[in-house]
Design a protein. Structure first.
Length: 223
């Protein structure tokens, strides 16, 4: 995993040094859910809303092919129901704060500095920082989540996954993107990918952003 991240960032840095990269910012809505599977049974759960915001680097590796990376703050989580001593369903919501490094290969349909569509996909590498679980009414599950690989923890800290995305980019540098992420890592600390209890991350995002250096390139070309 470390070698793949290093290779992607080295390639992006090389593109930047040749003046073929754009720096930008991106943010928007993130809808997240943890899929919990017990044997052949999947626990019913719901998506929870959060934010996704970060910085990106968009490096050219070909005429229409680009490598995009960066770092984003992402709010993950899920909502499902538990039963108290009275056997009434109680909603439990988990909110998890994460840092995510994407490595996306993007194909753009048109020339740079023109309106065009794009589509792509790649890998994501995440770090779960902290989180909390809440119920209404309050129960013993209202507490901060324990993050780590120990069996007494609630959620693993490190996560790898895959993503696909598509959107439209305008000549001024503004862009809109829709994305889908699926986790490869079983986030349950007391099991692994071959055990019966699996917890995997899923999220859908709708974001907009701006590639800051787009207009700078146009100014240089017009001189």
């Amino acid at each position: 995993m470390k070698k793949m991240i290093l290779a992607a960032m080295t390639l992006a840095a090389a593109s930047t040094s040749r003046g073929q990269a754009n720096l930008g910012v991106e943010g928007g809505l993130n809808m997240a859910n943890y899929i919990q599977k017990y044997g052949d049974n999947i626990r019913p759960s719901e998506y929870v809303s959060g934010v996704r915001i970060g910085v990106i680097i968009d490096g050219a590796i070909g005429r229409r092919c680009f490598l995009q990376s960066g770092l984003s703050y992402v709010q993950n989580g899920t909502k499902f129901y538990i039963y108290n001593t009275s056997y009434y369903p109680v909603p439990l919501t988990m909110n998890v704060n994460s840092l995510v490094l994407p490595v996306n290969f993007i194909y753009k349909t048109g020339k740079q500095y023109r309106n065009h569509f794009f589509v792509g996909g790649g890998l994501t590498f995440g770090v779960n920082i902290n989180g909390s679980s809440t119920t209404v009414p309050k129960t013993i599950y209202n507490r901060d989540l324990r993050i780590g690989s120990e069996k007494t923890n609630d959620l693993k800290r490190l996560e790898a996954g895959g993503c696909i995305n598509m959107g439209i980019e305008f000549k001024k540098g503004l862009f809109f993107r829709a994305g889908y992420h699926t986790g490869f890592t079983n986030l349950n600390p007391i099991s692994n990918s071959t055990d019966a209890i699996l917890v995997k991350n899923r999220n859908i995002s709708l974001t907009f952003g701006f590639l800051i250096r787009k207009t700078m390139h146009k100014v240089k070309r017009s001189k």
